[in-house]
Design a protein around this ligand. Sequence first.
Ligand code: NOJ
Length: 914
Amino acid sequence: MEAAGKEEISVEDEAVDKTIFKDCSKIAFYRRQKQRLTEKAAYQALLDSVTTGKDSTRFQIINEVAKVPLLAEVYGIEGNIFRLKINEETPLKPRYEVPDVLTSKPSTVRLTSCSGDTGSLVLADGKGDLKCHITANPFKVDLVSEEEVVMSINSLGQLYFEHLQNPLKQRATKENEEDTSVDTTQENQDELGLWEEKFENFVDVKVNGPASIGLDFSLHGFEHLYGIPQHAESHQLKNTGDGDAYRLYNLDVYGYKIQDKMGIYGSVPYLLAHKLGRTLGIFWLNASETLVEISTEPAVKYTLTQMGPVAAKQKVESRTDVRWMSESGIIDVFLLTGPTPSDVFRQYSYLTGTQAMPPLFSLGYHQCRWNYEDEQDVKAVDAGFDEHDIPYDVMWLDIEHTEGKRYFTWDKKRFPNPKRMQELLRSKKRKLVVISDPHIKVDPNYSVYAKAKEQGFFVRNHDGGDFEGVCWPGLSSYLDFTNPKVREWYSSLFAFSVYQGSTDILHVWNDMNEPSVFRGPELTMQKNAIHHGNWEHRELHNIYGFYQQMATAEGLIQRSKGKERPFVLTRSFFAGSQKYGAVWTGDNTAEWSYLKISVPMLLTLSITGISFCGADVGGFIGNPEAELLVRWYQAGAYQPFFRSHATKNTRRREPWLFGEEHTRLIREAIRERYALLPYWYSLFYFAHVASQPIMRPLWIEFPGELETFGVEDEYMLGSALLVHPVTEPKATVVDVFLPGSNEVWYDSKTFSHWKGACTVKIPVSLDTIPVFQRGGSVVPIKTTIGKSTGCMTDSPYGLRVALSTKGSAVGEVYLDDGHSFQYLHQKQFLHRKFLFSSGVLINSCADERGRYPSKCVVEQIFFLGLKKQPSSVTAHSSDGKAQPVAFTYCAKTSTLSLEKLSLNIGADWKVHIQ
Ligand code: NOJ
């Protein structure tokens, strides 16, 4: 372990103690919002103040006690979105509004005001089927869709807005100053934490005083809510009890507790609600510490009847109340009105962007460990994969590869010739990922530090000097990524000429960017540290890591002169991080429960826009037994970001260290991943262009089936594969729920099939990964597996055609060069569609804009669910030539296999089965 001055910095000392994190009772703005509401009068809207501008309708709202007018603005946004902003009309100074998250200024649609009665205002979108019904007193907004109220805002009167005030000292000198909205008596100061808040040994001095905001939303008829990552919790959001709100506050929580609502590495303040016939989204654009309370009233109530003591069931409409509370900033909330899950995904990505199209290599398998010791070690591990015939794409180097945790440098003893090492990897078309954290070692001789210091690029203390905190290198300063100049400069550090020893196969991992500050309050930065524009850290804490990933991705793009797609993994994230790369779930533990929770955690990330996500395979902390490791590889192979990783003091666990049988099983799992790459890559493209998540909870694919709403031990990969990872030790059977009464599902290994809408018991041994193909789908695969994705560019394709109950199937494949932006700028891509019906499989163009010369052929087509043995099979090319095709039919499994085909993937052709 690196010595930092006289001190040793170690993860065990610094990060493992969970009591260093706050629960709600220790958060002053939470206590204030919970305690003070009842003392306040309700807000009312002043309808005679309404003005209609080009983009929005504005009016004042006021609370008779606080008497500080707030300004509400309602916007209609293209694609059935409403935006509600509430700010002080004339704040003492500007309040923080989160920049850089919305991809552009959303296009507004004009809202027409229809006559409400005297006490209300009705705003309708152009088509008139969506309306905002604003009631003046008490202030309330109902969102009405086709005459049905789907959501009410402030119907519980929890609108809360602490207006900025002069500090006490200044106020005392002002005559007649009276502010009854905030209790300033001395005895309440500590409890309310208005100007100062203590936690453990830390005192948070608040120059702006209390500034928190809050609002309630009632979702009518909804019982199922999802989203607001990141928590190690169930996919479906739970009701929160007192003091048990979901916390959104990016923190470095080593070995985080599971089934817990504490904030961990990243935050996306966005939730989705779903019921039969409608999906909604609420996106709360605020980057300060945020708490979310959820309370569901189920559809059935028990009431006492006059008939006697027996409670009677009474059907009432269910409702879920959601209360958002943030420490500062303004209320800026987007209401995504759906009505379908896909509509909500599109609406959200319209605001925050879609998943970046990743380079193909990054969908392969990644091998990581803290740390691969030296070049020799890298060479040996790399060779190990070839010896054991296991494909992999990326070797990772953690912090020890640097000279004393000085990022952008190499430890000269361990890595004397980084280019030589990269050339070795390149020779097998593999890549390298190295770590680059946001803390910069305080060392005037370290050029990154010296330059940043000189230019004033570090976050500052509230008293003006550079902020210094302890992290891996010892005393460090933290780059202020919120400053566009800092981002520009940081991006420039990735230029090949600047980053000595880097080559174009090197990609980047941003870690510790919550930011993690050892010995800081809750292991992070003091909230009164100062950023660009003089904003306090408290205003923007949750978006700090987002900015680092943004600058890193930009740097990698620039070093290639705009030609190549970057790969950047980040631990911390915010709404919109999907535009910059991948996210993982941080320091998990090598226990079965962590394997199991990885599924709901990734599903939650996926539906909040972050499709490229994964969990450390094997569990970062501790030593997985062979069985757990195998099961984790099998699960990871079907998760978007597939990387194994382990912390320093764990035993080595490369795939071949657990005996031949386990090596074989891990090899099989990784090879399955590689076989499915064309499907994965296509899914990423659809996430990129059409906002559709890759890992999908069942409710997304089956939004009309109540039984799917709570399922989180299995999921869909795209719309064609259902995956049910085995997450229990010594499992011999798993219960798999196969949804959809009109569906048929095929076991992808045994080819057995079941009609949907049932739970089946699937016997499993250690080599079983329960994966089912949905009838009616075509899944493209690769039939030959190479050492890495790059080695498979020209290898042939196969198609797995699973017939629906009606005997048809459809599917798509997307391909391009796998690494550049030519797909975008030159339209160099192929998007093909496969359609099977009435015995004919047709390959046709799905997007005429794309052109890409591919030599690849489809050499194998496998049909599932073909009831009758064909008499002949012929392939027809577009020039009219027909060729007989050799086939094997198996009556027992109802499968037909066409082999030795040579049909170009990008050409029009048909295969007739007679
Ligand atoms: C914490 C990260 O979560 C972990 O993945 C990494 O190995 C260590 N930091 C060291 O860089």
